[in-house]
Design a protein around this ligand. Structure first.
Ligand code: ZN
Length: 62
């Protein structure tokens, strides 16, 4: 997963593997510190954890 790159839609900064992130119901990854729609959280953890947990987060296929 070393070649995956994802940018936070809120702050436009690169999300790195050990950033704490939110996965929302639209399968969008946002930094935990940037996220403000608390009701729409599907899961959370580090980016690395969520990528390994959810196969659909393979960014090469988006
Ligand atoms: Zn952010």
């Amino acid at each position: 997963m070393s070649n995956k790159q994802l940018y936070c839609p809120k702050c436009s900064n690169l999300v790195v593997v050990n950033d704490y992130v939110i996965l929302d119901i639209l399968n969008t990854i946002t930094h935990k510190k940037c996220y403000d729609l608390c009701f729409a959280i599907k899961d959370y953890g580090t980016f690395e954890e969520l990528v390994s947990k959810y196969i659909f987060l393979d960014l090469n296929s988006i």
